[in-house]
Ligand binder design. Structure first.
Ligand code: URA
Length: 261
């Protein structure tokens, strides 16, 4: 990973600090000063080396300069309410429901997908369609679930029409919600599900084919890119490498002594 990419991830996480310090609850959701994620493409990079099994910060450690007191001012309910009221990008006009995410409040793993699809838009819940059912099975295979030790969210919280990729300006408008979620949840690992989540969080144009299965160590929380479950539904040959990736993730979680498997 380049220094530039590391700086981007640190910046991404630092955004939460700015929000918490500036009284985000009083900000208008269309405050353009509050949408700072840059999405300009980075130079392509070579495949990453094998993951480094470094210890990461314990759960009560500050994330990117956010004190526990500051993060403690925020709540999942407040974030969901702000998302429900958001009209910062055109996606608000076509949504049925916002999809803030769901799971436990102190997750081992935060799964970040790309954005709600039709089923998610109808239900207001993340990953409930066919891809979501596969995701649940994949997580269950390494003793993870949204009910017990994980949280599932998306880069954008409203459905892009016809399931197209979210646009850079839509991602930027929604980024403050994700940074607040990361700051509040303090996951041990962030699982980037698919190309859009990975390229957004890692700020790279490198392919998910190159990035999947490698930990990207940064800003106290390691990122772990994987193929999106819907890619596995379209291309079953991705199931084997995805299973290998799940095993890599499980080894990491075992090393953190955070999960008994
Ligand atoms: N795909 C995603 O990326 N997110 C969802 O919530 C559902 C499908």
């Amino acid at each position: 990973m380049t220094i530039e990419q590391k700086a981007h991830i640190a910046e991404f996480l630092d955004l939460a600090s700015a929000y918490l310090r500036s009284g985000y609850k009083r900000q208008s959701t269309d405050d353009k000063s509050a949408a700072p994620v840059a999405v300009e493409p980075a130079a392509p990079q070579a495949p990453l080396p094998e993951s480094q099994l470094e210890a990461i910060a314990p759960p009560d450690t500050h994330i990117a300069g956010i004190s526990n007191d500051e993060a403690g001012m925020d709540t999942l309910e407040a974030i969901a309410a702000d998302i429900a009221a958001c009209a910062a990008c055109p996606l608000h006009a076509t949504r049925t429901n916002t999809v803030p995410g769901e799971g436990v409040s102190s997750p081992l793993v935060l799964v970040i997908g790309e954005g709600p699809g039709e089923n998610e838009d109808k239900s207001g819940r993340p990953f409930v369609g066919e891809a979501g059912q596969l995701l649940d099975k994949m997580l269950a295979s390494i003793n993870l679930s949204r009910g017990e030790n994980s949280f599932i969210a998306n880069v954008v919280k409203c459905r892009p029409p016809h399931n197209r990729d979210p646009l850079p300006e839509e991602i930027a408008a929604c980024a403050p919600f994700l940074t607040r979620q990361i700051a509040l949840l303090k996951p041990r690992v962030i699982l980037c599900a698919g190309r859009v989540a990975t390229q957004t969080l890692v700020k790279t144009t490198n392919s998910i084919k190159n990035l999947h299965g490698h930990f990207i160590e940064c800003a106290q929380i390691p990122f772990f890119p994987m193929y999106h479950p819907s890619a596995l539904l379209h291309d079953p040959s991705l199931k084997r490498p995805s299973w290998d990736d799940l095993k890599t993730l499980r080894v990491r979680l075992e090393k953190l002594a955070a999960l008994k498997v």
